[in-house]
Write a protein that binds this ligand. Structure first.
Ligand code: HEC
Ligand code: HEC
Ligand code: HEC
Ligand code: HEC
Length: 161
């Protein structure tokens, strides 16, 4: 009895198998296409250092260096370095205000930098903004300076002087 019932189930399954086999074939074809395309477009060394393309390192290394780093600036600009170290800007990097100056550091005479535009520079960090930590010194620049340039009263390298 139970055997006959089971046979009926099996027969029904086999009869309807076309519905299963066709989508399964479509799925397999999709997987095959994916594998072929993937092997064609993923660079060979991909994965050597994890989810990363090692060739990118060589490309990045080819790009010109833009920032010299403040250790370099300090070698030649002792006065500014000393002034800065004594004040509240001690931890603000030279190039945070002066921009990327690696070219200048390599050849100072050939690439003389422009001085920062004080009208925009200081307020970039110090304009009052509720999103900033309340302990960070900030002012409503228009009211605070009365239109005067910030460096008429503050020395950029040591702003309390
Ligand atoms: C190898 C020495 C050297 C290094 C390193 C160097 N500078 Fe200079 N810098 C000079 C000299 C020399 C001048 C004057 C150039 C001139 O006027 O012909 C100068 C001029 C400047 C000026 C313009 C001064 C002015 O009065 O217009 C700024 C700003 C400056 N440097 C900032 C920097 C910063 C920031 C760094 C680090 C990224 C740096 N320098 C690295 C030697 C150096
Ligand atoms: C908070 C911003 C800021 C930082 C940090 C800063 N500078 Fe300056 N620096 C200025 C501004 C603004 C001027 C232009 C001052 C002016 O026009 O009177 C200037 C001027 C200079 C000058 C021209 C000479 C002078 O004193 O006016 C040199 C050289 C210089 N900076 C080098 C440096 C070096 C080297 C460092 C890092 C040790 C540094 N600066 C860090 C804002 C900054
Ligand atoms: C790249 C961001 C940055 C720029 C640009 C900048 N500052 Fe600052 N400034 C700082 C930081 C960081 C401090 C130290 C904050 C602290 O001690 O908590 C500071 C501190 C100060 C202080 C001291 C406030 C106090 O509590 O005593 C003054 C004044 C000041 N800056 C004025 C200026 C002026 C004027 C300029 C433009 C020449 C300028 N800053 C440009 C980041 C900046
Ligand atoms: C007329 C002179 C003058 C000018 C111009 C000026 N300041 Fe000041 N600033 C002061 C004095 C004085 C103080 C210290 C007393 C105080 O906190 O009010 C000060 C304090 C500050 C402080 C610290 C505020 C705090 O809460 O600790 C910041 C930041 C500052 N100034 C930024 C600037 C910026 C940015 C400019 C340019 C937009 C500027 N100042 C222009 C005189 C000036």
């Amino acid at each position: 009895m139970w055997f006959a019932r089971k046979e009926g189930v099996v027969r029904r399954l086999v009869r309807d198998a076309g519905h299963l086999i066709r989508p399964a074939l479509v799925l397999l074809a999709g997987v095959a296409v994916f594998l072929v395309v993937r092997s064609a477009i993923v660079p060979k060394a991909f994965g050597q250092y994890g989810h990363y393309r090692p060739g990118a390192l060589a490309l990045v290394r080819q790009r010109p260096i833009a920032y010299a780093g403040q250790d370099t600036c300090v070698v030649c600009h002792d006065d500014e370095a000393t002034a800065r170290a004594a004040g509240k800007h001690a931890h603000v990097a030279c190039e945070a205000c002066h921009g990327a100056l690696a070219q200048h550091a390599d050849d100072p005479a050939a690439h003389v930098p422009q001085l920062p535009d004080v009208a925009n520079l200081c307020r970039r960090c110090h304009e009052k903004d509720a999103a900033k930590p309340p302990t960070f010194p900030q002012v409503v620049t228009a009211e605070h300076s009365g239109g005067m340039a910030c460096n008429q009263c503050h020395q950029p390298h040591n702003p309390h002087l």
